[in-house]
Ligand binder design. Structure first.
Ligand code: SF4
Length: 153
């Protein structure tokens, strides 16, 4: 199963924000750190805000931050939400497959898709920035502190 670019970018944004502490980054800074277009990043950030995973804090020192729910969010839950749980194969598309009424493969693919999501369920966003990812992100973003307020060292 292949994730959409939107979902991949959303996970990258969540990881970037999971290591932020001393200074909150702007959407433009997150886009620059992740080397992705600003417009794509802005759409992803808007969706993550809508889901309650990210918040934009205004005023001096403002920027993007993970909410508590975002930090504790299940990666499997985030991927399910962004990918949807439709069939991995379009059996009922413009030219419906003649086997769709009694297809063993279709059921097997559904079970495989659920197994894919289930493998990601136990992992939280916060856990995605454990070493070595967190320290690498800190280096890319120029932040000075590590996850959950831990000095980056
Ligand atoms: S063979 Fe089965 S899984 Fe493939 S398109 Fe047809 S119904 Fe769907």
């Amino acid at each position: 199963m292949r994730l959409t670019r939107f979902t991949d970018l959303a996970l990258r944004v969540l990881m970037r924000l999971a290591v932020e502490d001393a200074e909150l980054p702007t959407t433009r800074e997150v886009a620059a750190t992740m080397e992705v277009p600003y417009t794509h990043t802005a759409k992803v950030v808007a969706r993550l805000q809508h889901l309650g995973l990210v918040e934009a804090r205004r005023g001096r020192g403002g920027g993007l931050a993970l909410t508590a729910a975002g930090r504790a969010a299940s990666v499997g839950g985030v991927v399910r939400e962004l990918e949807g749980e439709g069939d991995v194969v379009d059996c009922d598309g413009a030219t419906p497959c003649p086997l769709r009424g009694a297809c063993v493969l279709r059921g097997a693919l559904r079970r495989a898709q659920e197994a894919f999501f289930a493998a990601l369920d136990p992992l939280t966003v916060d856990e995605l920035v454990a070493a070595p990812t967190g320290p690498l992100l800190l280096g890319l973003s120029g932040t000075t502190r590590g996850p959950a307020g831990t000095p980056a060292g």
